[in-house]
Ligand binder design. Structure first.
Ligand SMILES: [Fe+2]
Length: 183
């Protein structure tokens, strides 16, 4: 695992299985190698353009928050529901870290050097490109399922418990920003 990825995603340390941790990190490495965005960009660009130019929440603030919310939710569900609804924490955390990795391939630079949605991203949104990257890096299907089903594309999929958690952690930390516009 490179120092850059370790610094970008301290939450990788929460994955107990060393093989899954390495494959999760490797997927981000490959995505950044192929992206017009750098790790520094991710700690600088706003996570959404819906709230105007003053928003301080960066892409990484939002992505990391999703992982933290998902982890807390998984731990609470394990402690209250135990063997009736077991949550696999390694699968959950890996899936939460990788949910938006495909976004690295969605952007191109326009004539002014600004990152905009590119042709590849128009055809294959990040749930699809994310699965493609993750499979290439040997990430197992139960984690790829979370990437595939985390957004609205997954609404027609029978989600696993871990995929439900990541889906809701993602939307509960995004929709309030969106609805602020109309209150
Ligand atoms: Fe997403």
């Amino acid at each position: 695992m490179t120092e850059e990825i370790k610094k970008l995603w301290p939450e990788l340390d929460w994955i107990g299985d060393p093989d899954l941790k390495e494959k999760t990190a490797r997927t981000w490495e490959v995505a950044l190698e192929r992206s017009v965005l750098t790790a520094d960009d991710l700690n600088r660009i706003p996570f959404t353009l819906l709230c105007g130019p003053d928003l301080k929440v960066t892409f990484m603030d939002h992505k990391r928050c999703v992982v933290h919310v998902a982890r807390e939710a998984g731990e609470k569900m394990n402690s209250f529901f135990r063997e009736d609804l077991p949550v696999n924490m390694d699968v959950l955390i890996s899936g939460a870290i990788l949910a938006d990795v495909g976004k690295m391939l969605e952007y191109e630079l326009d004539a002014n050097g600004k990152a905009v949605q590119g042709r590849y991203g128009q055809y294959l949104r990040h749930p699809f490109s994310g699965v493609s990257l993750a499979e290439e890096c040997g990430v197992p299907p139960e984690v790829c399922h979370i990437i595939a089903a985390h957004a609205h594309e997954g609404d027609l999929v029978k989600r696993t418990t871990e995929a439900y958690i990541v889906h809701h952690a993602d939307f509960m930390t995004f929709l309030p920003f969106k609805s602020r516009l109309i209150v």
